[in-house]
Design a protein around this ligand. Sequence first.
Ligand code: WQD
Length: 337
Amino acid sequence: MKILVTGGLGFIGSHTVVELQNEGFEVVIIDNLSNTTEKVIDGIVAITGKKPIFEKMDLRDKADVKDFFARHSDVSGVIHFAASKAVGESVENPLLYYENNINTLVYLLQELSQKPEAQFIFSSSCTVYGQAEEMPITEDASVQPAISPYGNTKQIGEEIIRDTAKVTNVNAILLRYFNPIGSHPSAEIGELPIGVPQNLVPFITQTGMGLREKLSVFGDDYPTIDGTCIRDYIHVVDLAKAHVVALQRLIGNKNEQKVETFNVGTGTGSTVLEVINTFEKVSGKKLPYQIVGRREGDVITAYANTDKANNVLGWKAQSTLEDGLASAWKWEQKIRS
Ligand code: WQD
């Protein structure tokens, strides 16, 4: 089967392309290269020996999307990663986020809903929960009003998909990611460093390499074991595999509803200081950091209840925080060598 992966040259997208190829799927990638480079294809080929079809395209161009599906009429399975994902940037430039994250979703669904059947896997985020009342977070935890336009586009995206699936032949699975980290063990693909990292782990690995003077820890006065925020850090290869399992579920008509939602995390929470300590252990480096003020919009704690993913989807994270940090460090050293 030929599967479209939008944003397939991005961090999670490229790891998912590898896992799809490992499962024998033919992959066509659409990417506008706004946050990645075409060289990522070389990394994918180095791992799997198979070159995916790549089309440089911007999904904001409705006519181009229509033309793509006319040329690839055998595509009925789509894994949709292409979106803008920087929380802070979304606050500064909301219309960029609503155009790029919502319009593109609508154009894809307009094409898929013309087909006799279609499978759609959507990249959602635990950010939709805001600060959930109960830990670990289950899929039926209430969706809180979004604290950023980025988070809002994920909530709106989920609603658009639910409304569309009700009246078309589109079946969908929404994957709510926790915090993706790490890179493929081969270090052929990983998180590309573009600009100053907003996320914790790439900032840590760049600090470990001496590219950053020190890590700023955004607050240590939270009501947690050591005062720093808790997150569920999931290895990107585990996350990628969850997409393939979800797609196979829909292809095999195993889904129990037209739209199913799964939290994709490890089920374990780690504080920022625990991540720092674990990085020091796996790298043998002392990480310079300083405690600074809290970051606007941070939730205190977020980690997944993975029962539904484990028992219904049939997927379970295999890697630990240590594995994720060790692979992130290996990747950072490789790209700086
Ligand atoms: C993790 C923890 C920070 C950087 C975001 C998005 C989410 C998803 C993943 C897209 C927090 C602390 C961070 C730093 C720090 N993105 N931190 N110093 O905010 O949990 O999630 O990225 O899908 O939607 O919301 O991830 O890595 O930015 O932060 O102390 O330099 O590390 O305060 O507690 P976050 P993060």
